[in-house]
Design a protein around this ligand. Sequence first.
Ligand SMILES: Cc1ncc(COP(=O)(O)O)c(C=O)c1O
Length: 403
Amino acid sequence: MTSLSDARPLDTVADFPAIPAGWAYLDTAATAQKPQAVIDAIARGYAQDYATVHRGVYQRSADMTVAYEAVRRRVAGFIGAQADEIVFVRGATEGINLVAQCWAGTQLRAGDRILLSALEHHSNIVPWQMVAERVGAAIDVVPLTPDHRIDLDAMEQMLRPEHKLVALAHVSNVLGSVLDARRAADLAHRVGAKILIDGCQAVPRLPVDVVKLNADYYVFSAHKLYGPTGIGVLWARAELLDAMPPYQGGGSMIDRVTFERTTYAPPPTRFEAGTPHIVGVLGLDAAIDYVETIGLERIHAHEAALVHRARAGLSGLNSVRLFGPDDSAGIVSFAVEGVHPHDIGTILDEGQVAIRAGHHCAQPLMSLLGVPATARASFGVYNSPADVDALVRGIERVTRIFG
Ligand SMILES: Cc1ncc(COP(=O)(O)O)c(C=O)c1O
C-alpha cells in the first residue's frame, strides 16, 4: 500500500460540479459527491440508450441488457468475485436484510447465536435483531479495543459453535477503524460460522478482494462510492446463493409460473425481482471506472494524509476529544467539550465546512463512547489539505464562541 509520505493531493475537485469553490464537503461517509463522468453516464442512460433489460426483443433492449450484465462482471472484477455471485440490490441495507431473511431466517434455530460488534451501523444490527426474534436466536456483541477497533482477541474468546453468523463493518462509519477482515473470517470459520462484512465505508477507500478476505457475504452501496443512490451490491459465495430461497417474488426472478407452482431462476436473477435500477447500474459502472482510474491505493493514501492532518490539527486544541485510532480510514469523529455536535455543525457551516453531527446510525456506539452524538469529518477524493485547515480553523472558532 502507498505510504503516507507518498500521498499527493489528487486535485480532482474540478470533476465534481456540485462542489463550489471554497466549500469543504466533509460528509462523504454519509454520501459521496458525484463526478461529471457518473452524471454523464446516468444522463446518457436515460437520454440516449434507455430501454428495459432481460425482456425486450428489440435491439435497444438487447443492447441495454448486454451493458447491464457487463456491469455485473465489472463489479465482480472490482471485488475479486465471479459475476454470478453479484446481486444488485438497493444498497447495503437491503443486502444485509436479504441475507438476514433468506439465509439466517431459514438456517438459524432457537439457541443459535449471532455475533456483531459494538461499532456497527443500525443497518448491521436491526436486520439481525428482527430475524433473531423470529427464530429465537441470541445476539452477542464484540467489544472494542481502547483505541476503538473491533477487538478480535475478545472475539476469539467469545466465539462458540452456537455462533452461526458473524457480521462486522470492514471500516467503521463513525471511527474509521479498519477491521482485519481476514482474521475475523478465519476466526468465524473456525467455529463453523459464516461471516458477513459490511463494506459500505471500505469499498470507497481500500482495495477489496472478497476471496482474499475469505468472506462469505460482502455488501456495499454505490452512493458512497461516487455512484448513484438506490443501487448497491450483495456478494455471496456461489454455493450460499444457490442454497438460498428468493428474497422477494415477482417478475424476472422466476423460471416458470403456474397457479399451482412457481419455479425460480438461478442466482443472481432469483434475488432480483422486478424491473431493476437499470440506469443506477450504469452509474455504478462509471463510478467504479472513476475510482479505478485514480487507483484505490492512491485514494487510501490521500485520505490517510488528510486524516493525519485533521487529527494533528484537532488534537492541538485542548477542548477536543478525538475518537477512533490514529490510522483511521478517511473518517475522524470528535467532540468539543461543552458544545453539542449540532452547534459545531452549524458554526462550521457558516464557514463553508459541511460535516455530519449526530449518532451516525450507531446509537449503541454512542452509548459506549458516553456521548449523545459526535461531530464527524469524512473525506473523499475531492478534499484537499485546505479543507482540513478550514475544519480546524472552524473548530478554533467554536472553542472561542463557547469560551
Ligand atoms: C457502515 C455502514 N453500513 C451500512 C450503511 C447503510 O448504507 P445504505 O443506507 O446506503 O444502505 C451505512 C451508511 O451510512 C454505513 O456507513
